[in-house]
Ligand binder design. Sequence first.
Ligand SMILES: [Zn+2]
Length: 371
Amino acid sequence: MPAPLLIANDIYRHSTLGGKHPLSIPRVSTVLDLVQALGWLAPQQYRDSRPATPEELSRFHRPDYIAAVQAAERDLSISAEDSERYNLGRGGNPVYATMFRRPATGVGGSLIAARHLLDQPGMIYSPGGGTHHGRPAQASGFCYFNDPVLAILTFLDAGLSRVAYVDLDVHHGDGVAEAFETDPRVLVLSVHEAGRWPHSGRLEEEGAGNLFNLPVPPGMIDDEMAALVDDAIGPLLEGFRPEAMVIQCGADALADDPLAKQELSNTALWRAVAALKGIAPRLLVLGGGGYNPWSVARCWTGIWAELNDLEKPERLPAPAESLLRSLSWNRTAGRNPPEHWFTTLQDAPRYGAVRQETRDLVRRVKERMRA
Ligand SMILES: [Zn+2]
């Protein structure tokens, strides 16, 4: 197995969706700096992303929508009619200076990764990807283009017939589910917080049979994620025998995230990736949501460690610590960050009882596996 690759781009360092937007925090650039500060990135493991072209995007997105995003980037404005039609300039999808190039670069990373994995099986990490809410002709939930869908289509177009998509973001991966709910070649599984936006992804939504929704009530802890992974998701995927797998690793189900109410430590996501990474010969791990700059950086850096089987230090070395101390966050919790956000990678694990609702989700997946 070749060494895992990390794909990123400096556009994430030099662009912002605007001061008050939850995504105005640095994320990908901090991960890149942190893995380098830890000595975890050999030069040959890095690949630069590039923006996907309109033609590449049109494999999933409608040409008039792609043109509208480009025009809004150029003009820094959008008509009321197009705003409503494409959900741009509203609903958390602002018009901003790199609103085409930045999300197109996320897609470019996923396309580079998928093509590389077709040539050479292995593991690729693209933390700038994971924009799972994007629709063919609409932006949604901070997502302008849908890179997981385009990566999966790349696998299918090359002739793969079993592709798994696992979405660990706190929000339902609705854009990916809609794209493949009737395609038997793609198993789409989403773990998300029950009752949260976008309010889809109910347990009963099973598509044509390969759609799995695991809505967990607020308060999910590490032991519940472990139960889902060990008793349901892992066995299900092993039975499906995917030729390629995409894991969307949004960090917004972590307890320290400001937008949701799950209670995971980053250990829960690391453990999930470690448990699932060997199931398919081709693995693409993406980012996703995550709105606390420290918890995102620490979580996603640890995921790179999992892919490389690297041991995480209990206390971060000085260069990594000073990097984390240099971050700021325009939120109440950002004024007095707890010391461990600077000095450690790992949160304290959150152990406890697996609730009945979570056990019911495991049971439902097992029933469907037997059927
Ligand atoms: Zn999310």
